[in-house]
Design a protein around this ligand. Structure first.
Ligand code: PBG
Length: 337
C-alpha cells in the first residue's frame, strides 16, 4: 500500500536540489576571500611565533613576522587585518598610559605593515584593555567602582588620532563607552584625518566566549573576576532592541561600518541591523567561536572543514558584509584554490 503512495504535488522544491550543478545554480550565499578580515596578535621582540593554547593555529607574532603574515594574506586576497598588541605586563598601569606613546608596539606594527604592504587595509582597536593592569577597556573612577565614561572617551580620541597618524585605515572603538564614536570622529577631523574611517564595535555583547582572546592579549584579569565586570559597558546578551539602539547611535555619530560581536550566537542581531541601516555591517566571529570548533573537531565530534565553512556561511547569510575571523587565512587559501 505504501509502495505506490502518490502525492499530487505541483511544487516539489527538491527538484532544484537533485544535482550538484542545480544546487550551485540556486546557491544564495557564497564566501570569497574578500569577505574576511584577519585578526593578528603582535608581540614585542624577535621571538618565534607563540601559539595561543586555546586557539590552535593562531600565534602571537613579532613585528617582522606580522609583516610576513600580511604579505601572505594579501596574496591570498584577504583585504584587511585587525592588529592587536600583546603588551609586556611591565608596560601596563592603572591608566593604560602606554596606549598614548608614539612608540608603543601597535603603532610600530602599523607603520611597518603600511610600509611593506600598503594595499592592506589596517584596523586597530581603540580601547584600553591591552594597556591597563585591571584589564578594563577604560580608566576607572576615583572610587574604582565604574569605568569613567567621559574621561575614557577623551583618551580614546587621542589614541585614534595616533593610530590614524601611524597609517591605520579604520579605527575600531571596541570599548562600548557612550559617545565615543562622535568624539573620535571630531578628533580625527580636527587632526586632518578626514579620510580615516571608523568601524564601530556597535553591538558588542558581554560574552563568555571572549576567554581565549583575553589569554592571547593577557587582559583576562577584569572580565568578572573583580568587583567591576564588563557588564556595565558591554551589552547584555539578552537584549536585542538595546543592541540596535547602540548601533544606530554609532551610525548617527559618524561610524562608517557597524559591527556585531560575537557573530554566530547573534545572527538575529546581524539580520536586524542589516535591515535597520544602509551602512556596511561587519561581524566578529570571536575567539571562543573559533576555539569551540577546534575543540570539538579534535575530539572527533565535529567535521572541522564543514563546520568552519557553515559557521561563516551562516554569518554572511544573516547579513554581514564582512567577517572578522581567525579562519581568514585558511578560508582564503581554500576559496582561492
Ligand atoms: C577588547 C576586545 C575584545 C575582543 C576584541 N577586542 C575582548 C574583550 O572585550 O575583552 C574579543 C575578540 C575575541 O574574543 O576574539 N576591547
Amino acid at each position: 500500500m505504501t509502495d505506490n503512495f502518490k502525492l499530487d504535488l505541483t511544487h516539489r522544491p527538491r527538484r532544484l536540489r537533485r544535482t550538484a550543478s542545480l544546487r550551485a545554480l540556486v546557491e544564495e550565499t557564497v564566501l570569497r576571500p574578500a569577505d574576511f578580515i584577519a585578526p593578528l596578535f603582535v608581540v614585542e621582540g624577535q621571538g618565534r611565533p607563540e601559539e595561543i593554547a586555546s586557539m590552535p593555529g593562531v600565534f602571537r607574532l613579532n613585528l617582522a613576522d606580522v609583516v610576513k603574515e600580511c604579505r601572505a594574506l594579501h596574496r591570498l586576497g584577504v583585504p584587511a587585518v585587525a592588529l592587536f598588541p600583546k603588551l609586556d605586563p611591565k608596560l601596563k598601569d592603572h591608566e593604560g598610559t602606554q596606549a598614548l606613546h608614539e612608540e608603543t608596539l601597535i603603532l610600530r606594527a602599523v607603520r611597518a605593515v603600511k610600509k611593506a604592504v600598503p594595499e592592506m587595509t589596517l584596523l586597530t582597536d581603540v580601547a584600553l584593555d591591552p594597556y591597563t593592569t585591571h584589564g578594563h577597556d577604560g580608566v576607572l573612577t576615583a572610587a574604582q567602582d565604574d569605568v569613567a565614561n567621559d574621561r575614557t572617551v577623551g583618551i580614546l580620541a587621542k589614541m585614534a588620532v595616533l593610530q590614524a597618524r601611524a597609517g591605520v585605515d579604520l579605527v575600531a572603538p571596541s570599548d562600548m563607552m557612550d559617545g565615543r564614536v562622535g568624539a573620535i570622529r571630531r578628533a580625527l577631523d580636527a587632526a586632518g584625518f578626514t579620510g580615516t574611517g571608523i568601524m564601530a564595535y556597535s553591538a558588542k555583547f558581554n560574552s563568555g566566549y571572549y576567554g581565549p582572546f583575553r589569554e592571547a592579549v593577557g587582559s583576562a584579569q577584569a572580565a568578572g573576576t573583580r568587583l567591576l565586570s564588563k557588564a556595565t559597558y558591554q551589552l547584555n546578551p539578552a537584549n536585542r532592541r538595546e543592541a540596535i539602539t547602540e548601533a544606530l547611535l554609532d551610525e548617527a555619530e559618524g561610524a562608517d561600518i557597524l559591527m556585531v560581536k560575537p557573530a554566530g550566537l547573534y545572527l538575529d542581531i546581524i539580520r536586524e541591523l542589516r535591515d535597520a541601516t544602509r551602512k556596511p555591517v561587519a561581524a566578529y566571529q570571536i575567539s571562543g567561536e573559533y576555539a569551540q570548533i577546534h575543540a570539538a573537531a579534535r575530539l572527533g565530534w565535529l567535521d572541522y572543514a564543514r563546520c568552519r565553512h557553515e559557521s561563516l556561511l551562516a554569518i554572511k547569510r544573516a547579513g554581514a558584509d564582512m567577517i572578522l575571523t581567525y579562519f581568514a587565512k585558511e578560508m582564503a587559501a581554500l576559496l582561492k584554490a
